[in-house]
Design a protein around this ligand. Structure first.
Ligand code: URA
Length: 434
């Protein structure tokens, strides 16, 4: 059957067969469907959607379109975690060593940042000599020794998703729940873990702006667990403000290390513990979320989490002395401040704008080919609900040039709402879907 028939069928809102979906992905992968037909098909899905079964079939076809990671030789229940992307979201660097130190293997393929959200791989690459390009054989060998590997996504992982994502990006079809769900889940399935905790970010610094949309995406991905034979938990967490106070690659590495040293409290720690506890729950290591959090907190207090992070750095060639010497993670030399314009309370933040400001400092890419300035970024001194007096520092901005600092400052100046009324802190964990 010609692909045009499949295209017409979806345009008319009809349900596709497994065979039609598999043919589509096979021909996207081998390049025999022209981009204009793929684009039209994506738009048809955007408007007509896919049901649960079609989404699961699309996901599995995409997962099998390239290399897959076989983790069966690593003993135990392997868990993975994925965030839909936010600002100052450094949870992987905190929870991966904590969960691994609790005896549950974490073998994680992570991505680079694009747009206003940062990528774990960029953060790790900001550590001198840390290698993210790891072969499957090497990853498996390390996982057996340390329970923990964090590596860049293999180039041949889900090639169909790579092709579709690039087209979605330029055809206004990114914001389709079945397309987002299948894109995320196909990569996670190909990466081979037995259980996956998904952190769906919700708020003005996330893809999903409303709880309703986040829940819809979360339910779509959670329901896929039954179709693809994986245990899945979805946590919906707030992106009404940056998660941590440090935004930028080296800055976020430092905040993660400080958290593993037990020196950071607050939202970043809370979300890391919640996601980590659900990873332990999926692996059967604990029987309640609270037990999981306690175990992870214990591994902060007794230093096991930090020791696991140190082991990860040494294993992948990184300079582990950075843990006690942040001078080895130099920040960019130009510094400007954003001062509170009036007395009052921080009422709200435009989180996406803060992410864009951090991009302007050089900490993020505007285009795939941009080179990141690892030492650039922003340190927030205030959070929503905090009181401020006129002239107090709200944010420090680090960049390599004055122009970058000024560009970032002009965005930051409009990203904070200061008002007279004392307000309560917004909830952080908005829902958990199992
Ligand atoms: N992240 C992904 O990997 N894919 C999407 O479609 C959206 C976010």
């Amino acid at each position: 059957m010609d692909f045009l028939d499949t295209l017409i069928k979806k345009r008319e809102g009809k349900k596709l067969t497994k065979q039609e979906i598999e043919n589509f992905i096979a021909h996207v992968t081998d390049g025999t469907i022209p981009d204009y037909q793929i684009s039209a098909f994506l738009m048809a899905i955007y408007f007509q959607s896919l049901d649960e079964q079609e989404t699961a079939q699309l996901t599995l076809a995409m997962a099998n379109s390239g290399e897959t990671l076989d983790l069966s030789s690593v003993l135990g229940f392997k868990v993975d975690k994925h965030s839909t992307g936010g600002v100052a979201d450094t949870t992987t660097l905190i929870l991966a060593p904590l969960v691994a130190s609790a005896g549950v293997p974490v073998i994680k393929m992570s991505g680079r940042g694009l747009g206003f959200s940062g990528g774990t791989i960029d953060k790790l690459e900001s550590i001198p000599n840390f290698h993210v390009e790891v072969t499957q054989e090497q990853a498996l060998q390390w996982a057996k020794q340390s329970n923990l590997v964090i590596m860049g996504q293999s180039k041949n992982l889900t090639p169909a998703d790579q092709k579709l994502y690039a087209l979605r990006d330029v055809t206004a079809t990114v914001e389709s729940i079945p397309l987002i769900a299948s894109s995320i889940m196909s990569k996670k399935i190909a990466a081979g873990a037995d259980g996956i905790v998904l952190d769906v970010k919700c708020g003005n610094g996330a893809f999903m702006k409303t709880l309703e949309d986040a829940q819809q995406l979360g339910k779509c991905m959670a329901s896929m667990g039954q179709h693809v034979g994986k245990k899945i938990t979805v946590v919906i967490s707030s992106m009404a403000q940056p998660l941590g106070n440090y935004i930028g690659n080296r800055l976020e590495v430092i905040e993660a290390i400080e958290t593993l040293k037990g020196k950071v409290q607050g939202d970043l720690l809370e979300v890391s513990l919640t996601l980590g506890a659900h990873m332990l729950l999926l692996a059967g290591k604990v029987s309640t979320e609270e037990q999981g959090k306690q175990l992870l907190l214990q591994n902060i207090q007794n230093g096991k989490g930090l020791a696991k992070f140190e082991q990860l750095l040494k294993q992948q060639g990184g300079d582990a002395s950075i843990i006690n010497d942040y001078q080895k993670l130099p920040l960019s030399s130009h510094k400007v401040y954003f001062y509170a314009p009036s007395d009052g309370y921080v009422q709200a933040m435009d989180t996406a704008a803060i992410g864009r400001a951090s991009q302007e400092t050089g900490a993020g890419r505007k285009q795939k080919t941009d080179v990141i300035d690892f030492g650039a970024g922003i340190v927030l001194k205030k959070r929503i609900g905090d009181s401020v007096t006129k002239g107090v520092v709200i944010a420090e901005i680090y960049s390599s040039t004055e122009k970058q600092g000024q560009n970032a400052l002009s965005i930051i100046e409009n990203a904070f709402e200061i008002g007279k009324n004392k307000i309560s802190v917004p909830p952080l964990i908005l829902d958990v879907i199992q």
